[in-house]
Design a protein around this ligand. Structure first.
Ligand code: MEV
Length: 312
């Protein structure tokens, strides 16, 4: 039996440790945040998005998900609290909520692993290379770690692409305070992933940096397990330095990170970089917000431990 009108929503995320290196099978941690993407799907006469035709060049994720699902004549309405291209997982939240709504409209049983997989395939295709970190975090919510020590959490699923394999775990969300600083500059994940891929291909030094990001992520994971806020902050700042060397930071991110360090245990860019957002771990969130604002960023205090994809 086909259902005719479905609403699904999914959370955004921030990456605590491991972005970019995770694309090459290194460990990473992401936490879902209290900003959501909402997708309403109705069966209609033609395919439409917010009252306009769907253009595969402008809406590649949506086109890919519709094409692979085999569903046609759907009217999609979207509403998002997550700024697009902000490093906070808006495309992963779009992919998971749309996949949930499309599967529901087909009358299929919803298995969160299938949604995480649908969404990962869409991101992998559109970005021409991706890890399942953002999409798994958006589908499952709460806290997700990839290729972490088994003792860190509960195993949920494994994703594989070409030569890379990611074991995905649900982890207890650290009860710590995080502040996001959004630069307002659009980050182009696909281009940044491609830049790192080329750098790695032509320069052994880049492979060393990717390996070091992996090592620092393991250090940070150990600190999360021991509730060592100081150690975790140190790992975050080290990770930012390595990401800068990899060429994915920018002046605005570096400025917000160094300004926040005065009141934080650690700070780093989060997501693909090149703009987008940074994240600070702090017990002085108001001070960090003020300093981010003073240095030209848009701050907000993040709430974590939120649910993944939901259907109304
Ligand atoms: C983007 O949010 C995170 C990256 O590591 C890409 C990916 O994991 O697919 C840069």
């Amino acid at each position: 039996m086909f259902r005719k009108d479905i609403v699904a929503s999914s959370p955004g995320k921030f990456i605590l440790l491991g972005e970019h290196a995770v694309v090459y099978g290194k460990p990473a941690v992401a936490l879902a945040i209290n900003k959501r993407f909402l997708c309403r799907v109705q069966l209609g006469e033609i395919d439409a998005l917010n009252g306009m035709p769907i253009n595969p060049k402008i809406h590649p994720h949506i086109s890919y998900i519709l094409k692979t699902s085999g569903v046609t004549n759907v009217t999609i309405h979207t509403q998002s609290e997550i700024p697009s291209s902000s490093g906070l997982g808006s495309s992963a939240a779009l992919c998971t909520s749309l996949s949930a709504a499309i599967r529901a409209i087909k009358g299929e049983n919803i298995d969160v692993k299938d949604l995480a997989n649908d969404a990962f395939n869409a991101e992998y295709e559109v970005q021409r290379g991706a890890s399942p970190l953002d999409t798994s975090c958006s589908a499952f919510g709460k806290g997700i770690a990839l290729n972490c020590p088994k003792s860190m959490g509960k195993y949920i699923w494994t994703a594989e692409k070409e030569r890379n394999k990611w074991d995905i775990f649900e982890i207890p969300v650290p009860k710590m305070t995080f502040v996001v600083g959004y630069t307002g500059i659009k980050a182009h994940t696909g281009q940044l992933v491609e830049r790192v891929r080329k750098y790695k291909k032509h320069n052994k030094f880049a492979t060393d940096i990717v390996n070091e990001i992996g090592d620092v992520t393991f250090e940070g994971m150990d600190c999360i397990s021991k509730y060592d806020v100081t150690g975790l902050g140190r790992a975050m700042t080290k990770s930012h330095k390595l990401l800068s060397i990899l060429g994915v930071s920018c002046r605005e991110l570096d400025k917000l990170v160094s300004a926040s360090l005065k009141y934080s245990y650690g700070a780093k860019l989060t997501g693909s970089g090149g703009g987008g957002s940074m994240i600070a771990l702090t017990d002085k969130p108001d001070k960090v917000c003020e300093t981010i604002r003073l240095h030209g960023g848009m701050p907000f205090i993040i709430k974590t431990d939120v649910p993944g994809v939901t259907l109304e």
